[in-house]
Design a protein around this ligand. Structure first.
Ligand code: ASN
Length: 342
């Protein structure tokens, strides 16, 4: 073992530098970390750093990147005590959820972090995030794939990016933080995955077959253009849909185009999952007449899962080669505390 922690740099603001068109990813982060963390490095766990190529703004994330991360984790799994994934904040919630499903109650600590201001620029939040992530990654087993951000450790399968401006950029609106990283860190052990769910070796994830475009998201709004429904139905690549419904799970029940969409999706073997577009609270099937009958028509209950987690769970289930019936069966599994258990 050369170092305790392996840092995988994927891109994102944390490692960006200002350029002619704005902030852009730049290689050579190891040197900049050494400069910026300075003398604190002697007090922190040792690390190696690998950069994926090309480094990306996380707005360019694809399911292929999850596969790439799984392969890197599998390759280096036995060589390090823990892993840090440096990632852009824009799609952090997706990658954190995807990794949560891939690893379950992970045998090794896998933590994501990033920043709102690049490392080395005035008022950057990057140094504190890196320092905290290094300490946690090399520490006792957490189980959860977690996000270290703004003095908190959050469950990776529950995340939402809630601010493009504030240093508190992330929240888990339906779950409490796993740890508060105060002067003395306060770890809520009872909130960790522990033995409640299975752990999976990243080798399994590396062997999955994530398909780009396999899952679509439809965010309902008044008077949806029917072309949106038609496009999803016509795309044979698209095997599942995350329906972001109103409030407690309600849909435009008087709209013939919507009702036809649900029927035709089932007829074409597409899995539809219902989650709320509200930030907090989840759906309550049966609470309103407007959503009655959805479950009878085969629409799956997404509970209080985030749209990002529902999207990634469907991708993960499909990447394992499951047919529609198996996706529907395994949708109910608790893989990483991604929803509140009833
Ligand atoms: N656009 C950046 C990214 O997601 C935002 C960030 O990292 N703060 O890569």
């Amino acid at each position: 073992m050369t170092a305790e922690v392996l840092i995988l740099h994927t891109g994102g603001t944390i490692g960006m530098v200002p350029g002619p068109n704005g902030l852009a990813p730049a290689p050579g982060l190891q040197q900049r970390i050494e400069q910026q963390l300075g003398s604190s490095l002697a007090l922190l766990p040792s690390f190696d750093l690998l950069e994926i190529s090309p480094l990306i703004d996380s707005a360019d994330l694809t399911p292929g990147h999850w596969q790439q991360l799984a392969a890197l984790l599998a390759e280096h799994w036995d060589g390090y005590r823990g892993f840090i994934i440096l990632h852009g904040t824009d799609t952090m919630a997706y990658s954190a959820a995807a990794l949560s499903f891939m690893l379950g109650a992970s045998e090794r600590n896998v933590l994501l972090t990033g920043s709102q201001v690049p490392l080395g620029l005035p008022r950057s939040d990057a140094v504190a995030h890196l320092q905290a992530a290094l300490q946690l990654a090399a520490g006792p087993r957490l189980g959860n794939v977690g996000l270290v951000f703004n003095n908190r450790l959050l469950n990776g399968s529950r995340l939402r990016k809630v601010s493009s401006q504030q240093f508190q950029a992330f929240d888990t609106p339906n779950a409490a933080p796993l740890a508060e990283l105060n002067i003395r860190p306060l770890l809520h052990r009872e909130r960790l995955l522990g033995e409640r769910v299975a752990s999976r070796h990243p080798r399994e994830a590396a062997a999955l077959n994530f398909q780009p475009g396999a899952v679509a998201m439809l965010c309902l709004h008044p008077s949806m253009p029917t072309a949106l429904y038609d496009a999803v139905l016509a795309d044979n690549n698209c095997k599942a849909v995350v329906l972001q419904s109103f409030g407690a799970g309600n849909i435009p029940s008087r709209d013939p185009a919507f009702n036809a969409f649900i029927k035709r999706a089932a007829a074409r073997d597409k899995v539809v999952v219902n989650v709320t577009q509200c930030l907090q609270g989840g759906i309550s099937p049966g609470a309103y007449a407007a959503s009655a009958g959805l479950q009878e028509q085969g629409v799956l209950d997404g509970g209080d899962m985030t749209p990002e987690a529902a999207f990634c769970k469907l991708h993960w289930l499909l990447a394992g080669g499951r047919d529609t019936a198996a996706v529907i069966r395994d949708w109910a599994l608790n893989l990483s505390d991604e929803r509140t258990q009833l």
